[in-house]
Write a protein that binds this ligand. Structure first.
Ligand code: NAD
Ligand code: ZN
Length: 249
C-alpha cells in the first residue's frame, strides 16, 4: 500500500492534465451512504422501485417519503471530507483540471474544485414538474409530501433518475476530459452505472494512466485501471496529496 501511494504521488507530480471520476464512495466519509456495497442503501430498498423515473411518476409520495426526504436531510448538513479536499488541493497545485462526478451532493464544489461535471445532475436544486420553475433545495418546504410549487406542480430534484438521459453537455464534456487527460483518478465508484463507467476506458484508450481508489475491486480492476489503491478514499488521498506536495517542493 505504501508503495502504491508513492507511485501514485510520483505519477501525479509529473502530470499536468488530470481528471477524476468520482462516485458515491468518496462521500461515504462525509456521512452519505453509497448505493451498493456494505451499508449501501440498496441493502434496504430496491433501486428500481425508488430511483427510477417511472417509480417517481407513478407514486411521487412514496419516492419522496422513502428516498428523497432522507437524502435532503443528509445533504443539508454533509461537509467535504479529506478526499474532496485533496482533489481541491490538486487543482490548486495546477495538476487536476476536471472532476467528473456521479454524485449529486455538491461536495466537490464546496471543497473548492471549480470545474465539476455533474454527470447525474444535482440535488442542490429542484424543478417544478409543471411550470419548470427552479428552486434551491434548502428552500423546499417538506411540511407536505410531496412538496409542491405555488402552481400546484410537484417538485423533483434536478438529478438524473434511472431511465432518464444524461444531460448531453455533461456527457460531451466528460468524454473530452477523458480523451485529453494524462492521468485519470477513479475514486469510490463501483463502475457499474453506464455511461459514466466507460469514461476510464475512453481515457485509457487515449493513453492515460488510470489509478483506482476503492476499498473493493470493481469491473475496472486489473483491466482498465493500471492499479488500485485499497482503503478509505479520505485517508488514502490525503496521504497521496501530501506526498505530491513534498515531491513538488
Ligand atoms: P456505488 O454506490 O455503486 O459504489 C460505491 C463504491 O464506493 C463501491 O465500489 C465501494 O467499494 C466504494 N467505497 C465505499 N466506501 C468507500 C470509501 N470510504 N473509500 C473508497 N471507496 C469506497 O456508487 P456509484 O458508482 O457512484 O453509483 C451509484 C449512483 O448513485 C451514482 O450514479 C450516484 O448518482 C448515485 N448516488 C449518489 C450519492 C451522492 O451524491 N453522494 C450517494 C449514493 C448514490
Ligand atoms: Zn410550478
Amino acid at each position: 500500500m505504501e508503495e502504491l501511494i508513492e507511485k501514485a504521488a510520483e505519477e501525479l507530480a509529473r502530470a499536468t492534465n488530470v481528471a477524476a471520476l468520482t462516485g458515491a464512495g468518496i462521500s461515504v466519509e462525509s456521512g452519505i451512504p453509497p448505493f451498493r456495497g456494505p451499508g449501501g442503501l440498496w441493502e434496504k430498498i430496491d433501486p428500481m422501485e425508488y430511483a427510477h423515473i417511472d417509480a417517481f411518476l407513478k407514486d411521487p409520495v412514496k419516492v419522496w417519503n422513502v428516498l428523497l426526504k432522507d437524502m435532503k436531510a443528509l445533504l443539508d448538513t454533509a461537509r467535504p471530507n479529506p478526499a474532496h479536499l485533496g482533489l481541491a488541493h490538486l487543482e490548486a497545485m495546477g495538476i487536476l483540471k476536471t472532476v467528473i462526478t456521479q454524485n449529486v451532493d455538491g461536495l466537490h464544489q464546496l471543497a473548492g474544485n471549480t470545474d465539476v461535471i455533474e454527470f447525474h445532475g444535482t440535488f442542490a436544486v429542484h424543478r417544478c414538474m409543471d411550470c419548470n420553475r427552479r428552486r434551491e433545495t434548502c428552500d423546499i418546504d417538506l411540511d407536505r409530501i410531496p412538496p409542491r410549487c405555488e402552481c400546484g406542480g410537484i417538485w423533483r430534484p434536478e438529478c438524473v433518475f434511472f431511465g432518464e438521459m444524461i444531460p448531453s453537455r455533461a456527457l460531451w464534456r466528460s468524454q473530452q476530459a477523458a480523451e485529453s487527460c494524462d492521468v485519470m483518478l477513479v475514486i469510490g465508484t463501483s463502475a457499474t452505472v453506464q455511461p459514466a463507467a466507460t469514461m476510464p476506458a475512453i481515457a485509457k484508450q487515449a493513453g492515460a494512466r488510470i489509478i483506482e481508489f476503492n476499498e473493493e475491486e470493481t469491473p475496472l480492476t486489473g483491466w482498465v485501471s493500471n492499479y488500485r489503491i485499497p482503503g478509505k478514499a479520505g485517508n488514502v488521498l490525503d496521504r497521496v496529496v501530501k506526498r505530491v506536495e513534498a515531491l513538488r517542493g
